[in-house]
Design a protein around this ligand. Structure first.
Ligand code: ACO
Length: 333
């Protein structure tokens, strides 16, 4: 038996966001809020919202995934596993990943969804990495996608200003020794699940007239509790991931954090003592796209030519569950 694990890296990226933009001024017209409050408390100026009722999470996934395959220079038939990280699947079942596998034409691929909220993409990367490291597969597509606008209570100012729709995708493949994923850290604290959840629609509280009337199929969040949790776990996960691969904060060239709130991103940046041009920030344009936020930020930063071969890139996220995760990559390509 071959016990040698292979190094795994990102060899292609892609993204999709819906064309429709919702500005803070638009939100001022529907809830008691202000552009000033949203910008100073969160850093968000606008977000995307899929208005086309025919568009669902899987459609955004396919567009992002096709771009990632093109970027990697491979065709769908080469993909052996499709992982979609989402909390807003098209259906409770079948898995959105299966819809994507079919529409992409990834005929050889296994497919499943994974749910870890905004940490979903990092969880997906960690799972995909294992399949390649152990030699089970050579090519894995990991997609983070969410259409939170479909589970948003547009009368609740404490949540409706925060989220946006989008999808990001990466292709994972073996890369030369010394490159690719150097470490990954995952964590969870289910005791905090009550701070961010969608009460109805599952087996505990199936859909009924009452659950719809009470808007229990929408996001319920205790923002302050999530905020405090986020700052703490981003810091711990970052340091653990660096320690695991024998690096320190001085070695980090680029930080790609989950895009929930500029104050949370800034706290992570300051802890690493990084200048602001070494941190990906796009929440001003997209809001919090949940599991899509990291792959979209990564894709845009790569396309801007700001990450180079050999750079040490740190990914870190937190999300519903509660969950957290971080990964250190030495950039390959
Ligand atoms: N406009 C105006 N006022 C508002 C708004 C709004 N949109 N929303 C809340 N307020 C009010 C509140 O009612 C409160 O008023 P009060 O003092 O009279 O009661 C006041 O503003 C302060 O509210 P706080 O909740 O204390 O504001 P805070 O500074 O904590 O910011 C925020 C709130 C932005 C939600 C912040 O807590 C946050 O970003 N938390 C993290 C949320 C998060 O990241 N969630 C996603 C997790 S990832 C996932 O898995 C999807």
């Amino acid at each position: 038996m071959n016990t040698q694990l292979r190094q795994v890296g990102i060899v292609g990226t892609g993204m999709h966001v819906p064309p429709e933009t919702v500005t803070n001024a638009d939100l001022e017209k529907i809830v008691d809020t202000s552009d000033e409050w949203i910008r100073t408390r969160t850093g968000i100026r606008e977000r995307r919202r899929a208005m086309d009722p025919e568009m669902a999470t899987s459609h955004m996934c396919v567009l992002a995934a096709q771009q990632a395959l093109d970027d990697a220079g491979i065709v769908a038939e080469e993909v052996e596993l499709v992982i979609v990280a989402t909390v807003t699947p098209d259906y409770l079942f079948p898995a959105t990943a299966c819809l994507v596998q079919d529409r992409l034409g990834a005929r050889r691929a296994a497919a499943f969804d994974l749910e870890a909220g905004c940490t979903g993409f990092i969880y997906g990367m960690a799972v995909g990495r294992q399949f390649i490291a152990t030699g089970t597969y050579d090519t894995v597509l990991v997609i983070g996608a969410d259409m939170l606008s479909r589970v948003t209570n547009w009368e609740d100012r404490s949540t409706c200003v925060l989220f946006g729709d989008g999808a990001g995708a990466v292709v994972l493949r073996p890369v030369p020794e010394g490159y690719g994923v150097l470490s990954m850290v995952l964590g969870s604290d289910g005791g905090g699940g009550k701070h961010l959840f969608q009460p109805a629609g599952g087996s505990l509280m199936p859909a009924s007239r009452e659950t719809v009337d009470k808007k229990l199929h929408t996001i319920h969040m205790s923002g302050n509790d999530v905020f405090k949790f986020a700052v703490r776990v981003m810091d711990n996960a970052t340091m653990q991931a660096l320690e695991q691969c024998g690096l320190s904060k001085e070695d980090v060239d680029f930080l790609v954090p989950h895009q929930a709130n500029l104050r949370i991103v800034d706290a992570a940046r300051k802890r690493l003592e990084l200048p602001s041009d070494k941190v990906c920030v796009n929440l001003d344009r997209y809001g919090n796209m949940s599991s899509a936020s990291i792959p979209v930020a990564l894709h845009e930063t790569l396309k801007e030519g700001r990450i180079h071969k050999g750079d040490v890139v740190l990914l870190v996220a937190f999300g519903t569950g509660l969950t957290w995760g971080a990964g250190v990559l030495k950039w390959w390509k």
